[in-house]
Each structure stands twice: as C-alpha cells, then as structure tokens.
Design a protein around this ligand. Structure first.
Ligand SMILES: [Zn+2]
Length: 71
C-alpha cells in the first residue's frame, strides 16, 4: 500500500487505516509524524475519523436493533 501520495501527503488508504488504528507500527510512525506537522492532512484525517465513528455507531445501532426485526 502507498502511504504517501506523489505530493508527499498521506494517502487516503493510509488515513483510513490510521483512523481504524490498523496501520502496522512501521507505517504508523511516518503517518503520525506527518499529521503532526501538516494541517492539510490533519483536517482530512479528522474527517475520516468522523466518518469511521459514524460507521461504527451505525453498525452498533443496527446490531442493537436486530433482535426486534420480525421475520
Ligand atoms: Zn500532508
């Protein structure tokens, strides 16, 4: 997987995995390091993280509602 884009920013893939806390240790460090000094990527990361927490909430809500589904 490509961690950085040609423009030397964090790739969408890497941001997504970082939001899921799913990057390998060797990938996580350069990404975290870049986020610490790049407001552009930090803003994108915040958006991805919000999206991830929304998905988790949606999944949790769906799981909670499942017992009440009438077949
Ligand atoms: Zn950047």
């Amino acid at each position: 997987m490509q961690i950085f884009t040609k423009a030397k920013h964090v790739s969408d893939d890497a941001l997504g995995l970082h939001a899921l806390d799913d990057l390998t240790e060797s990938d996580r460090q350069p990404v975290a390091c870049h986020l610490a000094r790049c407001p552009h990527c930090r803003r994108r990361f915040e958006e991805v993280r919000e999206f991830v927490s929304f998905l988790r909430l949606a999944a949790a809500t769906q799981a909670a509602e499942r017992p009440y589904v009438i077949h």
